[in-house]
Design a protein around this ligand. Structure first.
Ligand code: ADP
Length: 258
């Protein structure tokens, strides 16, 4: 009958389109795999010469400092700074490919988040001075828990360097605290801030907000931070208003769940 023909045609169309969907799905899956493999190979290939370059420049600097302390060191210092910037970009790429491959392994140990912050903040004195920024650290501590030292350093490092980068030279505040269940880390700047549409996309991979293109960066830092915080069963919140600044709050449970 007419109805059967229509039904058969409809079924045939649906079968064809689901074949198409299947093909599209497989193409997309292969493209994603190819991208991830490329990312992993490229970041490892970049990392190898970079590591040896960094070690050589360190040795060169020691060498020059011992011979002619003032003469050449500004250039070497500049080279070292650029190298360290390059290394942290490559480290971000390596981290992304590790995390994507499900290889973010945590090495938990007992830590005091307040002590960690007090230890880390002085490492930013050069960047702060260059940006003309003052930093207030409020970390009376202790804020203890079982976390991964290197990963927490990375969280602080990313939030702090963003605060300096997007902070417009205005004061920055870092606060650490804890109650019975959780510890928190707050990084607040009074810089350019983030519009509400941007806030929703902030923690996505490769996400950079258009107006900040000229600041440089891969748009991976906050994605990595979020992955680390998730792995530690914590959460990250942002409060921000354009032109008024941003406050990033990381909350971490002090006890390992389960
Ligand atoms: P990037 O390497 O670009 O800094 P991130 O993942 O760290 O990458 O940040 C993603 C984007 O979020 C940035 O490009 C910037 O637009 C915005 N952003 C992050 N931190 C801040 C901040 N403290 N103030 C304003 N914008 C920020």
């Amino acid at each position: 009958t007419q109805a059967d023909v229509r039904l058969a045609e409809d079924l045939a169309r649906r079968a064809a389109s689901s074949l198409d969907n299947g093909r599209l799905y497989m193409e997309a899956r292969d493209a994603i795999r190819a991208r991830d493999t490329f990312l992993s190979v490229a970041s490892h290939e970049l990392n190898t010469p970079l590591t040896s370059l960094t070690l050589n420049v360190q040795a060169l600097r020691r060498d020059l400092d011992s011979r002619a302390p003032e003469a050449l060191s500004p250039k070497v210092v500049a080279v070292q700074r650029q190298l360290s910037r390059l290394s942290s970009l490559v480290r971000e790429l390596l981290d992304v490919s590790r995390i994507t491959a499900g290889r973010l392994r945590l090495e938990r140990e007992e830590l005091d988040l307040a002590a960690l912050a007090r230890e880390m903040v002085p490492r930013f004195s050069e960047d702060l001075a260059r940006a003309g920024c003052e930093l207030r650290l409020d970390a009376p501590g202790p804020a203890r828990g079982h976390w991964d030292r290197m990963r927490l350093e990375q969280v602080l490092q990313n939030l702090l360097s963003n605060a300096i980068k997007y902070g417009r030279g205005r004061p920055i505040e870092v606060r650490v605290g804890a109650d019975a269940d959780k510890a928190w880390l707050v990084v607040r700047d009074e810089g350019m801030g983030i519009a509400p549409e941007g806030q929703a996309r902030l923690f996505q991979r490769f996400e950079r907000l258009a107006s900040e293109r000229h600041y440089g960066g891969l748009g991976l830092g906050l994605w990595i931070v979020k992955q680390i915080v998730d792995a530690l069963d914590g959460r990250i919140l942002v409060e921000s208003a354009p032109g008024r600044g941003s406050t990033f709050t990381v909350e971490l449970p002090r006890q390992r769940p389960g």
